[in-house]
Ligand binder design. Sequence first.
Ligand SMILES: Cc1cc2nc3c(=O)[nH]c(=O)nc-3n(C[C@H](O)[C@H](O)[C@H](O)COP(=O)(O)OP(=O)(O)OC[C@H]3O[C@@H](n4cnc5c(N)ncnc54)[C@H](O)[C@@H]3O)c2cc1C
Length: 424
Amino acid sequence: MKKLHQKTVQWQREVPLRYEADIAVLGGGIAGVSAACAAAKSGASVILVERFAVTGGMLTTGGVANFCDSSYLEGQGEVFDQILADLKEWNAIGYGKKSCFHYEILAVVLQELLLRRGVKLLLHTRLADCAVDSSGRISECIVCGKSGPEALRAKQFIDCSGEADLARTAGFETVKGGSSGYQLPMSMMYFVRHVCPEEVELHLPDGWFNPIENKDELPMTSIWPDGPGANALKVKIPMFDSTDTESLTEAEITARRRIMEVLDYYQRVEKKPWLLDHCSPIIGIREGCRIVGDYILTVDDVRTGRAFDDGVARGTYKLDGHKPDDDKRTYILPKDDLKVPPYHIPLRSLIAKDGKNVMMAGRCFSADQLALSSARVATSCSMMGQAVGIAAALSVQKGCDPRELDPADVQQHVIRRGAELAIR
Ligand SMILES: Cc1cc2nc3c(=O)[nH]c(=O)nc-3n(C[C@H](O)[C@H](O)[C@H](O)COP(=O)(O)OP(=O)(O)OC[C@H]3O[C@@H](n4cnc5c(N)ncnc54)[C@H](O)[C@@H]3O)c2cc1C
């Protein structure tokens, strides 16, 4: 089909103002859930907008089902502590590995936590547009669920969409990828059940895709535990753009083909008694689009374990920078250069440079590609989320914008909520 990029159409429509809240959080991954829960605990009225049927983002719909950094599960803040405690109560963590969890149970744990805190949850609802003035203040965003387009008015907005959807819609500066021009590669998660060998019925039919005959031909495939009698497999799918409709479509199509080829290899060549159970509903996206903030966290900050006066979250995980243009087990940096000491994530990297009342957390925060490769893990995303939730609620209480807050005050609130910020 011909691309119609050059042509434009104008579209205008009056929509009902259906929702009003102190704080609107866009995206219900671990960052968005943590932000919404923290803001609600501070007494703000909060609406969380999520395009899928469940919250959890990559951890649930992306099938990731594992928390990194597993050495630092404690000390992320009271929201993450509560999530861990609830998973433990369900006996749903330590699923073959200390930090692996049952992701369907996580979806339940997150929704119940949000509801207990009084967060208004809009599922199957997508951010479609926003009204932004010349100073960068967003007054309303337009969300679209099954009731059609409706307006949501809030005092503070938090973009936790991973792809920076709110910031991009508002026309704020964003970046993606690194020197190769590509984002960190995507990977598709899929799940197999162990059965008797004769019950393995699925085989690649003749003429479908490209059968793999030996291990060297495999794309990077990681085999994970998934509770008793099951495994999760992760297959690398590089060089697609998660912020482009057609490229993301192509990534999903490619991923499903690759999964069938890889599974056929394990069944037919390695004789694994694995029956396909399901693929995750969305491909795993490591990097979408990063919003340019008042500060851009750099790989040097991460490598040197830099402390910031406005540090409100902490990263600890290695530089997990998979080579963007290769489907093998390759990294941007040499293997010996991946380890990092604990480092701070400053409040300024969570405030959108071009906005007035817009913060962000999770994998769309302001960082360079390699710094993000460390800070994008679940624990740090939750910590960032909790920090921006607290900061947004303080802004509402004080009638100011996040940039006008005293960072030391935010830091103290974050620490009082159980976040461990010591880095040395
Ligand atoms: C293959 C893979 C393996 C990984 N392995 C690990 C691991 O082992 N351990 C670990 O800790 N981390 C791992 N990660 C990283 C981690 O899972 C993610 O970086 C982290 O979960 C991101 O959280 P988030 O909330 O920032 O974004 P997401 O989880 O992506 O959440 C964004 C949410 O926003 C919603 N959304 C997006 N756009 C819109 C819109 N326009 N309107 C409404 N809603 C919207 C999405 O549906 C989603 O729920 C892995 C990632 C991948 C891809």
